[in-house]
Ligand binder design. Structure first.
Ligand code: AR6
Length: 338
């Protein structure tokens, strides 16, 4: 998945590069800087001594030494001074410049800490928003696996208002698995609907008596659709929505290689989280999402918390995959697009 939020100590990340939230001397410090220097060993400081410092918003690379990554990209975030001292622009540049350096170095993957959100005092929620926006913009034009690594008590990564609304939606819509009464009521409703449909059938036939040709062709359409595999249905929907392949997999936060596999194998069996990511990219409504899920053998369930959260976003027509993943992360659920 191109962009993921993970909970981890960045010094444990097995990515090609990790980013250090350094100070302008590049000679070490506390927080994530201290942790990286401790884990990399003294040779990192030696190399840093030769770099001549770094201005806020800029970035410089060194080797990773004893760390599992090949490179450390050191960047210097802004010190928060209330927000009117170009803090946002500087922070955005930190992400952008680090990513450009990683690309120059041929990195396929990189992990960031939440730059400036510790000692430098940048409000956490806003820092996450800047990180997401810089990373999202970079991914529009580049391919890379990018991790935002949150540490310790960094848990909720969406605004209070959105968090509260989703929490309320979960309270109203989440159904515990063994809710027998509700299930029986559901079955009864289904039986009623079935009876009504049966009663309506002869009337429907009468309505269509004079236009059987239309009915036949409509039936043909339905049959063709029923025989479609997941991959065929996905490609048809992409065409119908007028999207390109690239737009689709970027909006779904799915990497190009996985998309090519799905495109070239009509019988490809995707994971449920992949199907949901495509439903978001295609801006499907709830019944259409159900239909796409069914093609791959899944269903949107009121007993699965992450499904309820995704449904919240679909119902509110918010199809921003990064926001959805931030919400899933905040509620301790797996992200979609993987
Ligand atoms: N892995 C991932 N994230 C971490 C880790 C870790 N091991 N340790 C801390 N964080 P900070 P800044 C998170 O203070 O605000 C240094 O002294 C932490 O929870 O490390 O950019 C430098 O030398 C927070 O969310 O960096 C500078 O002087 C985030 O990393 C100054 O601090 C950033 O917190 C830079 O301040």
């Amino acid at each position: 998945m191109p962009f993921s939020i993970v909970r981890n100590d960045i010094t444990k990340m097995h990515t090609d590069a990790i980013v250090n939230a350094a100070n302008s001397s590049l000679l070490g410090g506390g927080g994530v800087d201290g942790a990286i220097h401790r884990a990399a060993g003294p040779k990192l400081l030696e190399e840093c001594r030769g770099l001549g410092g770094c201005a806020a918003g800029q970035a410089k690379a060194t080797k990773g030494y004893d760390l599992p990554c090949r490179y450390v990209i050191h960047t210097v975030g802004p010190v928060w001074e209330g927000g009117s001292h170009s803090e946002r622009d500087i922070l955005y540049s930190c992400y952008k410049n680090s990513l450009l350096i990683a690309e120059e170095l041929g990195c396929g993957s990189i992990a960031f800490p939440l730059i400036s959100a510790g000692a430098y005092g940048y409000p956490r929620q806003e820092a996450i928003e800047v990180a997401s926006s810089a990373i999202g913009d970079f991914l529009e034009a580049h391919e890379m696996d990018i991790y935002l690594t949150l540490f310790g008590r960094d848990t909720v990564v969406i605004g209070k208002k959105l968090f509260g609304e989703i929490k309320q939606y979960i309270d109203d819509n989440y159904v515990k698995q063994h809710d027998d009464i509700r299930r029986r009521t559901g079955m009864f409703a289904n039986l009623m609907a079935y009876g009504e449909a049966k009663a309506a059938a002869p009337r429907m036939a009468a309505v269509y008596e004079d236009s059987y040709a239309d009915v036949d062709s409509a039936l043909d359409d339905i049959l063709v659709r029923e025989e479609e595999t997941f991959s065929q249905q996905l490609l048809r929907l992409i065409d119908e929505k007028g999207l390109t392949d690239v737009q689709t997999y970027k909006k779904a936060n799915i990497d190009r290689k996985l998309f090519s596999k799905i495109r070239s194998n009509k019988d490809y069996t995707p994971k449920k989280s992949t199907v949901l990511a495509f439903a978001i990219a295609l801006e499907l409504d709830v019944p259409q999402t159900q239909e796409l899920l069914e093609k791959a053998g899944y269903a949107l369930s009121p007993s699965i918390k992450s499904d309820v959260i995704v449904k919240y976003f679909i119902s509110h027509r918010n199809f921003d995959i990064f926001t959805i993943n931030q919400a899933l992360f905040s509620f301790d659920q797996s992200l979609i697009g993987v």
